[in-house]
Design a protein around this ligand. Structure first.
Ligand SMILES: *Cc1c(COP(=O)(O)O)cnc(C)c1O
Length: 365
């Protein structure tokens, strides 16, 4: 039996989450965000399962080209657009859609000689101050692109939230108001909401929602949990016990000897480490689940192995150890190691074996 860490990807849970997001925003089309290898879940496998999404969003052109090479024909939006005019022929040839967020992109697009026009998602900076045209630049860019034969009309109009995961701050409503006021009267479908906007800010739904994290069954909200939104964790990250051993009171465990056994006890050594993407910050205290019971990590997480204190429990070599998944939410692990679930999911390395389960059956005709 393989003792490699494994990421089990439940494709039925992915479809369930898509349905939940649709139910939350019943009048909106879904632009499913698949950047960063579908948040670590596997770009093509996820894309093939999300037949019901209206479009896919990726960050970079190479991600879009991987989808096209894998036979995906759905609309694909480059969420950061193109970086240089010399990418435009590839954009056209691969039938990609571009976000336009900067005056230099407007100029390049208007000046280009293209074989056919492209779909543009014109992006406004309504307060995040990362990408986007300022409200005072927006109308001019809109008009320039309206007149360009390189642009399919009408464009889509979009913005992105900085703090939609925080219910207690006003900035999201301010972003919504600024965006809505600026685009009032302009032709084009609107797209504002990421996962948190979709779940918590119904006034932001517009014609399109743009969820990433929630599709993968993870709560985007501060201190949130998937179950609060009836989402199901798609990834189960697990490995197995490769040794069980006894330590005496006073023994120091692992690199640096950062944990000292307070009493005689037993440790299970698990085949997982930061070389697999399990966070080193989980050292000393982060829980794992073995046969439904939680046990704490003791000592430092090393590259390939991690020790847990199992006390007197009946744990055997070969037993499965859940690192995160439905019964041990990745949201909780992220809080424990002071990061966000996004980072944990994206950090899984290629050393981990991926298994896809519950794929939608091909309908027999
Ligand atoms: C990543 C991203 C999203 C998805 O955000 P989630 O919080 O994962 O739902 C949406 N829009 C843009 C522009 C993004 O970069």
């Amino acid at each position: 039996m393989s003792r490699r860490p494994q990421a089990r990807i439940d494709l039925a849970a992915l479809l369930h989450n898509l349905q939940q997001l649709r139910a939350a925003a019943p009048n909106s089309k879904v632009l499913a965000v698949l950047k960063a290898n579908a948040y670590g879940h596997g770009l093509l496998n996820v894309a093939e399962q999300l037949k019901d999404a209206s479009a896919f969003g990726v960050a970079r052109i190479d991600e879009a080209l991987m989808l096209r090479a894998g036979g995906i024909v759905k609309p694909i939006v480059l969420l950061e657009g193109f970086f240089h005019a010399d990418e435009l022929p590839q954009v056209v040839a691969s039938n990609l859609q571009v976000v336009v967020h900067h005056p230099s992109q407007v100029e390049a697009l208007v000046a280009a000689e293209l074989d056919s026009p492209v779909h543009v998602w014109l992006k406004m900076d309504s307060g995040m101050h990362r990408l986007g045209l300022l409200p005072e630049q927006f109308l001019q860019a809109y008009q320039q692109l309206c007149q360009s034969p390189n642009v399919i009309q009408p464009m889509r109009l979009m913005t992105h939230f900085a703090s939609a995961d925080e219910l207690a701050v006003d900035s999201t409503q301010q972003q919504i108001d600024l965006f809505m006021n600026t685009v009032a009267g302009l032709a084009g479908e609107l797209c504002l909401a990421n996962s948190a906007g979709t779940l918590a800010w119904p006034q932001s739904h517009g014609h399109w929602i743009r969820p990433g994290l929630a599709l993968y069954g993870v709560s985007p909200m501060e201190q949130g949990r998937a179950e609060h939104h009836q989402l199901k964790a798609v990834m189960s990250f697990s490995s197995s016990v490769i040794a069980v051993r006894e330590v005496k009171k006073g023994d120091k465990v692992g690199y640096g000897g950062t944990w000292t056994a307070p009493a005689d006890t037993r440790l299970a050594v698990v085949a997982v480490g930061y070389g697999d993407g399990y966070p080193r910050a989980a050292s000393n205290g982060c829980p794992v689940l073995i046969k439904g019971e939680r046990y704490p990590i003791v000592g430092r997480v090393s590259m390939d192995m991690t020790s847990v204190d199992i006390g007197k429990a009946d744990v055997q070599i070969g037993d499965e150890v859940l690192l995160w998944g439905a019964d041990l939410p990745v949201e909780e692990i992220a809080e424990h190691v002071q990061t966000i679930p996004y980072e944990l999911l994206c950090n899984i390395t290629s050393r981990v074996e991926f298994r896809y389960i519950n794929a939608e059956q091909q309908k027999a005709d």
